[in-house]
Design a protein around this ligand. Structure first.
Ligand code: ADP
Length: 614
């Protein structure tokens, strides 16, 4: 029975779920009307009223009940008609006038005054004071009846009833107005809080600063001690956030950010039912007792893998209730800012990449141009070098035809012979270079004795050097390990160096040396010749570069020898360089890895790209 009564009261007082909010007051007025009808219906027999009037009032009450019932049914269906309250105001006025007409009540204008004062009091001070005023007035009315001996009439019941209901109604209206105003104030405060919080977001476009500002803004808006932004567990491509960003409003306070990060991760891992709509937050109780608010940063119409934002309030304090739409707007602004910053970052890195690619391209272009230039020069040089001996051969052979003298013929034949040797050397060198550069060189790899190699070279050159009255020494320091590689090519390198030494030395000694240095063998050819100026020391390793031509007129060579030597040595994993002083002689040195190391290098495939090794 009690429950039934409570249910009915609740049904009458609280409008249905989908009931328009602006008609809530109208709905409650229906309930108040029912209460007053019951009050009047029950109080009527007590009133000292003649039968006609009583009958009229019951009829009136029946009409009023139909009116109130109709309102109750129609209001949810046609809310528009009742939105402004014109109909109900008219109905209520007619009802009140009829009640007062049939029931009597306000014999003196003094009561109108009382009504005004009671309503004003209720509007100003609420239920308590209004109730006290009503009690006071009714008390005096009763006192008058008792003292003067006037019989209690319906007029008295009406007066008191109206006074009572007016007080309650006015107090209720006051309460509603106050609530609406405080809700409005609250929203205003939250909106300005939201503006202040999100103003921090616009300060920068840098990703790190934006996420830090987002955490700071969250902690500010929700009044939390700490806020964290955690990246999604499964990171999407191009997502620049790596580790959680923590903002603590009070660095000395009790910091729960580890627990908060864990809560965020749990929420990401789907351990709690994640809120579906943006701005809908998850309220969690952390092990430390603090309340945490966790919400995913996502936009309504897009599925973006964005970090989760969590805010924690210190234990004992709760994260304040913030309006759903304020939170939604906050989430939206934070999400957009983070997205913009990420976009900006991607753009910036793309533009850096582009700039780098452009620079690489410019370098490659430059390289291509210089390669092209080198090829052109190479071709020009080769044709020039080919033409010189060819011209000699042609002119001497033409002359040969016109001379009968055997001695002259022999002299010419010797020139023709040496020029064709030079031509052969040049063609061989050019072929070697072409093969090396196109990677078609055949390498006959084998292990060989370093000592033997040196001996063989010495045997070939000793008579030539003696012929030129030059001294020759072979200096072997310590035990020489075995080498591994193309023996003929290495021999070609030493011969070339000895040949150069011979060419550029007028007097003195030429020394062929070898020693072990670590995992390498260092081979050197030292002469006491003209030497190479420091500025030319790198240049002579380039193709067709000949320096010091003044001394020997046209040096007997192609200018390709050292370039080929350097490539051969590099192919074996070694280096070739010069140490020299102009006028005092030169030492050409090169290293070769000992056989064990060289075998490994060759086992791994092509030893070294030539340009890298050089
Ligand atoms: P070439 O076939 O002309 O000797 P190289 O490449 O062997 O070509 O040598 C290039 C140039 O380096 C030579 O023309 C010469 O100017 C210089 N050069 C080489 N070896 C020596 C040396 N031992 N003493 C002085 N200059 C040298």
């Amino acid at each position: 029975m009690k429950d039934l009564f409570r249910d009915v009261a609740r049904y009458l007082w609280d409008p249905p779920e989908d009931f328009p909010r602006e008609l809530k007051l109208e709905w409650r007025l229906v309930a108040i009307r029912w209460a007053s009808f019951i009050f009047i219906a029950l109080g009527l027999p007590l009133a000292n009223l003649n039968a006609d009037r009583q009958y009229a009032i019951y009829v009136l009450l029946a009409v009023a009940a139909v009116y109130n019932g109709a309102l109750q049914r129609l209001m949810p269906r046609k809310p528009d008609i009742f939105a402004k309250g014109y109909l109900t105001t008219l109905g209520d006025s007619l009802l009140t006038i009829s009640m007062v007409f049939f029931g009597g009540g306000f014999e003196s204008s003094f009561y109108y005054l009382l009504y005004s004062v009671t309503i004003a009091g209720a509007m100003r001070y609420g239920y308590g004071p209004a109730g006290a005023m009503v009690v006071l007035y009714v008390f005096f009315d009763v006192l008058e009846h008792v003292v003067v001996g006037v019989p209690f009439s319906l007029a008295f019941v009406f007066r008191s009833g109206f006074l009572f209901f007016s007080g309650i109604l006015a107090s209720y209206l006051r309460e509603q107005a106050q609530r609406a105003e405080s809700a409005l104030q609250d929203r205003l405060r939250q909106a300005s809080l939201l503006n202040e919080a999100t103003a921090m977001l616009g300060a920068s476009l840098e990703f790190e600063k934006v996420v830090a500002a987002a955490a700071a803004a969250a902690s500010y808006l929700f009044g939390g001690a700490c806020a964290v932004l955690t990246p999604p567990l499964r990171r999407s491509a191009g997502d620049p956030l790596l580790s959680p960003v923590v903002h603590c409003a009070d660095p000395n306070g009790v910091i729960d950010h580890d627990q908060l990060i864990a809560a965020c991760h749990e929420s990401l891992a789907g351990e709690h039912s994640t809120p579906q709509t943006p701005g809908e937050a998850l309220r969690l109780n952390l092990p430390s007792g603090a309340t945490a608010l966790v919400f995913p940063l996502a936009l309504r119409d897009r599925e973006v893998a964005l970090p989760v934002l969590g805010v924690v309030a210190p234990s004992g304090r709760h994260v304040p209730e913030i309006n759903q739409d304020i939170v939604e707007s906050f989430v939206e602004r934070v999400t957009l800012s983070i997205e913009n910053a990420a976009l900006y970052r991607t753009l910036a890195s793309r533009s850096t990449d582009l700039q780098r690619a452009y620079a690489d391209l410019a370098i490659a272009h430059q390289d291509l141009l210089s390669v092209d230039e080198m090829k052109t020069n190479f071709l020009a040089n080769v044709s020039h070098e080919l033409r010189t001996p060819l011209t000699s051969i042609r002119s001497f052979s033409e002359m040969l035809l016109t001379y009968d003298d055997q001695d002259v013929q022999r002299e010419f034949l010797e020139v023709i012979n040496s020029e064709s040797e030079r031509l052969t050397r040049l063609v061989n060198d050019v072929l070697d270079i072409a093969k090396i550069e196109s990677g078609q060189m055949q390498w006959n790899l084998e292990r060989f004795e370093t000592g033997n190699l040196l001996e063989e070279c010495a045997r070939a050159y000793r008579p030539l050097l003696e012929q030129r009255e030059l001294g020759f020494e072979v200096q072997r320091t310590g035990d020489l390990p075995e080498l591994y590689g193309d023996r003929d090519r290495i021999q070609q390198v030493i011969s070339n160096l000895l040949n150069n030494a011979m060419k550029f030395t007028r007097e003195g000694t030429i020394t062929l040396g070898a020693e072990r240095t670590g995992d390498e063998v260092l081979i050197s050819v030292t002469d006491t010749g003209i030497g190479v100026a420091e500025e030319d020391q790198e240049r002579i390793f380039e193709k067709f570069q000949q320096v010091g031509a003044m001394l020997t007129d046209k040096p007997d060579g192609t200018g390709l020898g050292l370039a080929i030597c350097r490539d051969f040595v590099a192919h074996h994993g070694g280096r070739l360089w010069i140490e020299s002083e102009l006028g005092r002689g030169s030492t050409f040195l090169f290293t070769l890895p000992i056989s064990e190391v060289a075998e490994q290098i060759f086992d791994q495939g092509e030893p070294l790209p030539l340009e890298q090794a050089a």
